[in-house]
Design a protein around this ligand. Structure first.
Ligand SMILES: [Zn+2]
Length: 208
């Protein structure tokens, strides 16, 4: 009797940063809440880009799939926020995350002549199944990673979630080039305003 894996055609995975990117698809863009998933096709395109669905599954995404993806996204956001802000998540968020974790494919053995093929059995639609690795990545970090390194960008007008993998664990911004520089620029403007507000020296005669 031989045992053979069936292949890796459904080996859809995402890393923690990808999972946090998913959360950030409901996005504060310079203080304005931006929904990146307007239509089912927007969400399907994101999942396709991240290799979580097959190209032929994309067009099948329904408005219900979109609502489901948004609900899981907000539940995961609540869980990450609860860790960063040291508060309890909503019970409903935990229910949604737990429900998501149960939608993954189950290992399954099939007898094929003298060979047992090790495959899997799907219990959910491709759209629902695509959410599972995302929830897994977040929960795995909570369970056995460094949940104290979850962060919310210190830029109030951004608030992206990110994972601080820096050696010192003191990263404050999702991206130094954008939010970090913006914060520096804001401090610079504040200093400049404070300087402008101070009593002006006697004005020089204008050059003519
Ligand atoms: Zn940011």
């Amino acid at each position: 009797m031989t045992f053979q894996p069936r292949g890796i055609e459904h080996d859809h995975e995402i890393d923690l940063n990808g999972a946090l990117d998913f959360i950030n698809t409901l996005d504060l863009d310079d203080g304005v809440l931006v929904e990146n998933f307007h239509e089912p096709a927007d969400a399907a395109a994101w999942f396709l880009d991240h290799h979580l669905i097959h190209p032929h599954d994309g067009p099948a995404w329904t408005p219900a799939d979109l609502e489901h993806a948004r609900a899981v996204r907000s539940a995961l956001r609540d869980v990450v926020d609860s860790v960063v802000l040291d508060r309890a998540p909503a019970a409903e968020s935990l229910r949604v995350v737990n429900e998501t974790l149960e939608l993954g494919p189950r290992p399954h053995l099939d007898l094929d002549g003298e060979t047992v093929r090790i495959g899997h059995r799907h219990v959910a639609s491709p759209a629902s199944e695509a959410l599972v690795p995302i929830a897994h990545a977040i929960v795995a970090e909570l369970a056995s990673g460094r949940p104290d390194r979850f962060r919310i960008c210190a830029n109030d007008r951004c608030q992206w979630t990110f994972f601080d993998a820096s050696p010192t664990g003191r990263r404050r911004w999702c991206d130094m080039k954008t939010c970090g520089n913006r914060a520096k620029a804001a401090r610079h403007r504040a200093r400049a305003r404070a300087h402008d507000a101070s009593p002006a020296p006697a004005s020089e005669p204008r050059p003519t």
